[in-house]
Design a protein around this ligand. Structure first.
Ligand SMILES: [Zn+2]
Length: 296
């Protein structure tokens, strides 16, 4: 009996210690959001990205293991675009739990931009694309420093609310992150403002919010999420030629067949850039270097 009592005390003690030292479980939709949360939370958080680098958010379906991870999350940072159906699934899991969980929607307060390569008149020959909530707006919100800045502030607030003992830690983490972000942003403004050419091609239109932040333009080779037809491709090459485009960015996980055709036709470079890369700030820096190299 006495032994049982000790065992019980030990268990109680262990669970209390675990509760104190256990990092705040955070789930995010895409890897760049994970790097933001990690930078702010450090060792007080354990972050899990649902979609991996190089994967497509458009075809992603959560595994049972990921749905279970969502059962555990205290904070979920979602992209917040209706196109990403997997986020609805995660929201259902969270809503079914009934305990405390904070959800940060990256799209809150953002004026969604129109997506390039999206036809408004894709009538009834391809009518199947009309009946889902793809929308005409751009879901790739995380490539914008201005949008992510706002998300960072909300993440730090949420973490401090969930883990009040860590408040100073999160405040410092936020300050450091915003400092690094402002440095990269200033470098990008400096690098990109003087470029003669301001248009680049993409196999998948994921860089729109970045382009908007720096007064650049992306032209999407993909049409409504598909490879262009030969006729569309021919017209596209003529448009790109007229604009004297000099760079094609290809995203892993999406076909680069048409991109290679265009590159041969116009004799320009194809560079692989993954907007889903884990090292978000490092990737933006690299984007700046690639654009400067090709467009100046
Ligand atoms: Zn996409």
């Amino acid at each position: 009996m006495r032994r049982l009592w000790w065992l019980l005390m030990l268990l109680l003690f262990m669970s209390a210690a675990w509760a104190v030292e256990r990092p705040v479980p955070v789930a995010v939709s895409v890897p760049p959001q994970a790097s933001l949360v990690q930078a702010i939370g450090g060792d007080r958080v354990s972050v899990q990205s649902m979609v991996s680098p190089g994967q497509s958010t458009h075809t992603f379906a959560p595994s049972p293991r990921q749905l279970r991870a969502m059962e555990d999350a205290q904070l979920y940072v979602k992209v917040g675009h209706p196109e990403y159906r997997f986020e609805h699934q995660f929201m259902q899991v969270l809503e079914g739990r009934g305990d405390r969980v904070v959800v940060i929607d990256s799209a809150e307060g953002v004026a969604l931009r129109e997506l390039e390569g999206h036809h408004h008149d894709h009538g009834h020959a391809h009518g199947h694309r009309h009946d889902h909530d793809h929308g005409d707006t751009d879901p790739h919100l995380w490539v914008s420093p201005s949008i992510m800045r706002n998300v960072a502030v909300r993440v730090a607030e949420a973490l401090a609310a969930l883990d009040p003992e860590g408040e100073a830690h999160y405040r410092q983490g936020l300050e450091d992150f915003l400092g690094a972000l402002d440095t990269v942003d200033a470098e990008l403004r400096d690098t990109l403002s003087g470029l003669q050419r301001r248009t680049f091609l993409v196999n998948h239109p994921a860089w729109g919010y970045f382009a908007d932040d720096y007064d650049l333009r992306q032209m999407s080779i993909e049409v409504d999420g598909k490879e262009p037809t030969p006729a569309q491709l021919g017209r596209f090459i003529e448009r790109a030629r007229a604009k004297e485009v000099r760079l094609i960015l290809v995203q892993p996980g999406f076909s680069r067949r048409s991109a290679d055709v265009i590159a041969r036709e116009l004799d320009i470079d194809v560079v692989e850039m993954d907007p889903m890369a884990e090292d978000w700030l490092g990737n933006l820096r690299r984007m700046g270097a690639v654009l400067r190299e090709a467009l100046s």
